[in-house]
Design a protein around this ligand. Structure first.
Ligand SMILES: NC(=O)c1ccc[n+]([C@@H]2O[C@H](COP(=O)([O-])OP(=O)(O)OC[C@H]3O[C@@H](n4cnc5c(N)ncnc54)[C@H](O)[C@@H]3O)[C@@H](O)[C@H]2O)c1
Length: 357
């Protein structure tokens, strides 16, 4: 009989519910504690799931004194680093919500703490488990596209500023860039094997969030962006053309494109695409056996399991149980964070910057 894994949840807000729902479906896993800095919130959260025996705390440090195998860190972004580092130092494996953190200093601190602890830290990018993202990666890995040299990340929301703590700078740190922009970066970089980013030239705006005529909570909107674009040079002579939108006068920022020396792959742009794992039809452009330029639709592969959140939590649990590496490791996601950091610096300074790696 397998040992029951004991889990704690740090930050008992919106996304903690998805973590709890997933843990509850996995045999041999028990959520035994929750912590939230808002008095009473952890207790109410645990009770909501009938976990009346689970312990509630008002600080992560108190929860981390317990004998736990792992924790989910579900705080807002500005508290990711402090909670993840404390958990690693307390000898717990960590499932950390995306984005990794806010600054590069924090990212480096997390990586150092992980290395020192000998525990794993995996980052919560659930679209990785979706059929579309897996299919795109498989096509690229097959070599069908040849050498990739240009990638475009389209998508973006027509109107979709999330509100709540996402628009408060002291809690979220940044707006659309870190909230859903990190998903687009992960889609592109994971598909092509996470090459190292070299430089970033970016611009960002907040024409919707800060305008009460366009956004009713403008008075609470203290983050600096609701829209951003970047031109990112990657190792291997690859350019990534990235954009993200929480709100714009447009339905989509276009398709996702992967251009290679042998073929090009288009993923039809859909409103909102990428941040939630949904994406459009795939079309391959190439020269046929007679050297004629042609294209063909690639039928979508069906989802093995549709609950991406459950798969993300299961992957963490399996890695902990079997002593495997982190399914979505910091060695990759630090590149994602370095680009975000570059986007913020480049937008503020108005010129291209080198990635801090
Ligand atoms: N993967 C996804 O699909 C997805 C979806 C939504 C949010 N998220 C991520 O999840 C995180 C949380 O988002 P949310 O919507 O749940 O936010 P939220 O504001 O609803 O919840 C965060 C909770 O953390 C608590 N908290 C903050 N600092 C703490 C600390 N030091 N110790 C204990 N508790 C603390 C807050 O009081 C709050 O209750 C964000 O980083 C966000 O990017 C991921």
């Amino acid at each position: 009989m397998e040992k029951t894994l004991k889990i704690g949840i740090i930050g008992c807000g919106g996304i903690a519910h998805a973590h709890m729902n997933a843990y509850k479906q996995i045999p041999g896993v028990e959520v035994v504690a929750g912590a939230d800095i808002i008095p009473g919130k952890a207790r109410a959260f645990l009770d909501e799931f009938g976990l009346t025996d689970a312990k509630d705390f008002e600080s992560a440090d108190e929860l981390l004194k317990m004998d736990l195998d792992g924790v989910s860190v579900c705080t807002y972004n500005m508290q990711h680093c402090v909670c993840a580092v404390a958990a690693l130092k307390a000898g717990k494996h960590v499932l950390l919500e995306k984005p990794l953190c806010v600054t590069m200093e924090e990212a480096k601190e997390i990586v150092a703490a992980e290395k020192e602890s000998g525990k794993i830290l995996t980052v919560g990018f659930q679209p990785r488990y979706g059929a579309n993202m897996k299919q795109v990666k498989k096509i690229i890995e097959s070599g069908a596209l040849g050498d990739i040299y240009y990638v475009v990340v389209g998508g973006g929301r027509f109107r979709g500023i999330p509100g709540r703590t996402f628009i408060e700078k002291d809690k979220a740190g940044f707006g659309a860039i870190g909230d859903i922009g990190c998903y687009g970066l992960d889609f592109a970089l994971n598909s092509i094997g996470y090459p190292k980013p070299l430089t970033v030239s970016a611009s960002s705006w907040a024409h919707f969030g800060k305008n009460p005529d366009l956004y009713p909570e403008a008075n609470r909107f203290t983050v600096d962006d609701d829209f951003a674009t970047a031109f990112i040079r990657l190792e291997g002579g690859i350019t990534l053309d990235w954009r993200v939108s929480w709100a714009m006068h447009m339905d989509t920022l276009g398709d996702f494109l992967f251009l290679g020396t042998k073929a090009g792959l288009k993923i039809k742009g859909k409103p909102g695409m990428c941040w939630d794992g949904t994406a459009g039809e795939l079309t391959l452009y190439y020269n046929d056996e007679n050297g004629q330029p042609t294209s063909k639709e690639i039928p979508p592969e069906t989802e093995e399991k549709s609950n991406l959140f459950l798969q993300k939590v299961e992957a963490f649990v399996t890695a902990v149980r079997e002593g495997k590496p982190a399914p979505i490791p910091t060695s990759q996601i630090i590149y994602n964070q370095a680009i975000i950091d570059g986007i913020l610096r480049s937008s503020a300074e108005g010129h291209e910057v080198s990635c801090d790696l």
